[in-house]
Ligand binder design. Structure first.
Ligand code: F6R
Length: 610
């Protein structure tokens, strides 16, 4: 949610800032801007719209040779996406300039005080408060002024700041919003996401909460929460640059769909030993703690929540522990019943989702055991989890998740198998069958993508004129229906709903009329017959039905209008294959409708506001 970049070095800053912003545009894209420190003035160039608009604006203006600058791409929270509200924001006399990720919760109070003190505001943003406060608190020392100012802020922030009096420096700090930096021979690069600076270095410094960094003379000095200078070692990141680029695909989303075999392989294979046992070095519960678990709660948002819905069925079936899923924004305000015998599984690709992070903190406070399934290394959620199990999906750039979702589901399969095994619920032969099927998933995913690509492209054509679509299924198929429906609506802007197939007749079936498109997910063999009955009910009301199931059920699908067949696997794993044609359906429908697939309207990749 919003992207920040910064550069201080020996070359011109503008090209680096634009290059970084382009890489971060998926985090927010309703306006963008940069600021460079030019001798005795901080110069700002900013505009509403995409980075392309900013590039045109900069090209139309006087060339800048400045070697220090900051930049921002915005996802509006306070005030409309327009030129004035775009970042950077500058203080009244032009002394300080700031870009900000996050939300300042006490900004109205601070703003009222600043107005009373004679400061004039030009934007509607919370961020402008920070610029004026910096000026008001200025004591001649850049770092201590920033520290004094951030001590007055409540909420979340990652800040990069320029000061006119220190033309060679940037100061940055953060709380509850990420900020990373790295050095190369060309200078120091800053960003809210490693993908923006990977091209320049893979050795990344992660700024801790309330830590401050002074970037000057090609070096970085870190100050801890108390203001003492500290040493910090970089972490080596093995995501390569090409993984963060499109690699010949028209969109990141399609590339990431196609990367799923590798994402699952990389996530699963290091966690299966040579004897075919699931091993979890990163899951720290003892056998006794596992034995004493009386409850599992899975907390997440959006697609990560849908992955959790798959996990609910699989974990409950395998471990015989009651499992509940909770949408993080609801969970955090619920006063849930949790204790040392509860396991809270927190799922997040970005590791920065504000509600999910708050859910994790609540679970930690209540003394529950926590395990976080996270893709982004050293993210806030990863840093605060009792155990952290990383998905190895690599960087996910498209706003709509695909490979990270599938990698999350694969970790839940591993966890379910592991806990069942530790509890003695997985006899040798069943364990082998389970693990063999898990190992075979990457190959089956590749086969499914290969087999259904063209078919989904063709089938997507009938979705082009639609205003509504319905996705139905039972049990694991219902979990898949939720994700399929979200994929369709978020990128193609077709209204779609997911229903438990048996629930339709309790109201929603009144919306079914001649020509309505119903997508039935029917890969779960134990409820296949039941779903078929629901298909008959909607067919009788004139619906057209597209049905996804396995080859063993192909002959029993005579009622449906369009069949999509996925390979056979264990019933618990079929959902992982079933979701693939649904991702492709959403993708091709959005493409046919001319939508901006990788950056759907109003969305952002990492939702760091509640
Ligand atoms: C939808 C999508 C979102 C995210 C949700 C949680 O395609 O990507 O629904 O799943 O915003 O994000 P993370 O996993 O980063 O916590």
């Amino acid at each position: 949610m919003c992207g920040i970049v910064g550069y201080a070095g020996k070359n011109r800053a503008v090209p680096y800032l634009l290059e970084g912003l382009e890489k971060l545009e998926y985090r927010g894209y309703d306006s963008a801007g940069i600021a460079v420190n030019e001798e005795d003035v901080i110069r700002i160039m900013k505009t509403k719209g995409r980075i392309g608009n900013l590039e045109s604006l900069i090209a139309s203006q006087r060339h800048s040779d400045a070697t220090v600058g900051i930049g921002h791409t915005r996802w509006a929270t306070h005030g409309k996406p327009n030129d004035v509200n775009a970042h950077p924001h500058i203080s009244q006399s032009g002394l300080f300039c700031v870009v900000h990720n996050g939300i300042i919760e006490n900004y109205l109070q601070l703003k009222a005080q600043l107005i009373a003190d004679g400061y004039r505001f030009v934007s509607e943003t919370d961020t402008e408060v920070i610029a004026h406060l910096l000026e008001q608190n200025y004591d001649g020392n850049f770092v201590s002024t920033v520290r004094k100012t951030t001590a007055m802020l409540e909420g979340a922030f990652a800040l990069c700041i320029l000061c006119r009096d220190f033309p060679d420096s940037i100061v940055c700090t953060r709380w509850a919003s990420p900020l990373v930096m790295g050095k190369s021979d060309d200078g120091v690069f800053l960003a809210s996401d490693v993908t923006a600076i990977l091209k320049h270095t893979s050795d990344i410094y992660y700024l801790d909460g309330h830590e401050t960094a002074l970037i000057a003379d090609g070096g970085i000095t870190f100050f801890d929460k108390a203001g003492n200078a500290t040493q910090k070692a970089p972490k080596h990141i093995d995501w390569n640059v090409s993984a963060a680029q499109k690699g010949g695909y028209e969109h990141f989303m399609l590339k990431e769909i196609m990367e799923q075999p590798k994402a699952i392989q990389d996530t699963v294979s290091p966690r299966i030993d040579s004897d075919g046992r699931i091993v979890f070095e990163d899951f720290h519960l003892t056998d006794e703690e596992i034995e004493n678990l009386n409850r599992i709660v899975i907390v997440a948002c959006g697609s990560a929540f849908h992955a959790g819905e798959v996990g609910r069925y699989v974990l409950e079936k395998m471990t015989r522990i009651p499992v509940e899923t909770a949408i993080a924004s609801e969970f955090r305000y619920r006063d849930p019943v949790l204790d040392a015998h509860s396991l809270v599984i927190v799922i997040s690709q970005s590791g920065e989702t504000a509600d999910t992070l708050a859910g994790l903190r609540l679970a930690n406070e209540k003394g529950a055991k926590t395990v976080c399934i996270v893709n982004v290394v050293s993210s806030s959620i990863a840093n605060e989890g009792g155990s952290v199990v990383y998905t190895h999906a690599g960087p996910e750039i498209a706003v709509a998740t695909t490979k990270a979702y599938s990698a999350q589901v694969s970790v839940l399969y591993l966890l379910a198998g592991y806990i069942a095994d530790r509890k003695g619920l997985l006899p040798e032969e069943e364990r082998r069958t389970y693990v063999d099927a898990l190992r075979k998933l990457p190959e089956l995913i590749a086969q499914t993508l290969e087999d259904c690509g063209e078919q989904m492209q063709k089938l997507s054509e009938m979705f082009i004129p639609l205003e509504h679509a319905y996705f139905i299924g039972r049990n694991l198929d219902y979990a898949c229906a939720m994700e399929a429906s979200l994929k369709m609506k978020e990128i193609s802007y077709i209204h779609s709903e997911a229903y438990a197939a048996g629930e339709l007749k309790h109201g929603t079936i009144s919306l079914i009329e001649k020509g309505t498109l119903v997508v039935a997910l029917a890969a779960c063999s134990d409820v296949f017959g039941k779903t078929m009955s629901n298909i008959k009910e909607v067919k009788a009301r004139g619906a057209r039905v597209l049905c996804v199931s396995t080859s063993e059920n192909a002959s029993a699908m005579s009622e449906v209008d369009f069949k999509v067949i996925i390979p056979d696997t264990l019933p618990l794993f079929a959902v992982t294959l079933e979701v693939l044609p649904m991702q492709l359906l959403g993708y091709y429908t959005a493409k046919n409708r001319g939508c901006d697939i990788d950056k759907p309207r109003n969305l952002a990749k990492s939702v760091t506001v509640e």
